[in-house]
Design a protein around this ligand. Structure first.
Ligand code: AMP
Length: 303
């Protein structure tokens, strides 16, 4: 089964204590789609300006990503600038320029409308809803968002959340959305907003998944070098949804495996700037890292 994603296609300017890049390929939809493309076919909905480099389109197409839903508008491509201090868990946004996303009116190509797995990646919640309303009968709808929208477009976000099965969100943003400091209580409050499942991304501390009465915890892979955490969350989302779609199985047991697949994918993205690590990644290396996660958390039985 295939995955449909709507989100940002961006030119990112990022600085970390280890270096910086200017106007590199980024955006929630690009990280998501590239990561998911290792597992299944992906259709992308977004908009770029006339200034978006052809080489980036060629790269996305080389991953087999369907770009029929990627519009080109007159104007400038979305731009994001961010900075990380030594605590790489926290991104400091320096600048967000929505540009062509301000007037974007997504119209899904007909062959996109039968998508079964839908990922509403980080973008304005009204655009997320507009896309979702055009999908005929989705099997699983997941949504990612961030403080920018929780603060600036809370009402639209709450409206969109009513139609979502699973929310994927950072720890601080889960607390902010729920207006609740305790994460377990925050999860309960968020589940009452619509999504019956919640995946809380906790940076280097891993991921917590709440599903019905069930809680699952996965670590992040303890890497010796983390270079740039930008896109880790979206790459996680791509691995998670891509794996679920490839198996067509949204049971809780399979969602636990999907959390580990997502965590493995994210562990690659942070090793280099932009999408550079994913460009050279091979499927066998993903399988090896999945096994390393298994070994990392296996503590046998009580004797
Ligand atoms: P993350 O996985 O959370 O690190 O996502 C990083 C990506 O999100 C960057 O490549 C940015 O281009 C993109 N981004 C940052 N702010 C926004 C926003 N307000 N809306 C959509 N995308 C954004």
């Amino acid at each position: 089964m295939s995955v449909l994603v709507v989100g940002s296609v961006a030119l990112d300017t990022v600085s970390t204590p280890f270096g910086q890049v200017e106007e590199a390929l980024g955006g929630s939809a690009c990280y998501f789609a590239t990561s998911a493309s290792f597992f299944t076919s992906v259709s992308l909905v977004a908009v770029t300006g006339g200034d978006f480099p052809q080489e980036h389109l060629d790269f996305l197409a080389s991953r087999g990503i369907d770009l029929d839903g990627l519009q080109t508008a007159s104007g400038k491509t979305f731009r994001w600038a961010g900075k990380y201090e030594y605590d790489l868990n926290e991104a400091h946004t320096l600048d967000t320029q929505l540009n062509v996303f301000e007037a974007f009116d997504p119209e899904l190509p007909d062959h996109y409308r039968d998508a079964e797995f839908v990922f509403l990646a980080n973008i304005h919640p009204e655009l997320q809803l507009k896309v979702l309303q055009q999908v005929r009968q989705p099997k699983l709808v997941a949504l990612d968002t961030m403080n920018f929208w929780i603060e600036g477009s809370r009402d639209s976000l709450l409206k969109t959340l009513k139609h979502v099965d699973l929310l994927m969100i950072n720890e601080a943003e889960a607390r902010q959305l729920a207006e609740e400091a305790n994460l377990v209580q925050a999860a309960r409050k968020i589940q009452a907003m619509g999504p019956k499942s919640l995946v809380v991304k906790r940076g280097e501390y891993g991921v917590l998944m709440f599903h019905d009465g069930h809680v699952f915890s996965a670590p992040a892979y303890p890497l010796e070098e983390v270079f740039d955490p930008t896109g880790a969350g979206d790459t996680f989302g791509g691995g998670f949804m891509g794996y679920l779609a490839s198996t067509g199985d949204a049971s809780v047991e399979n969602m636990r495996r999907a959390v580990v697949v997502g965590s493995a994918m994210a562990s690659f993205t942070v090793e280099k700037f932009s999408l550079d690590r994913l460009r050279s990644l091979e499927f066998g290396t993903i399988q090896e890292r999945f096994q390393m996660f298994k070994a990392l958390t296996d503590f046998g039985d009580l004797v």
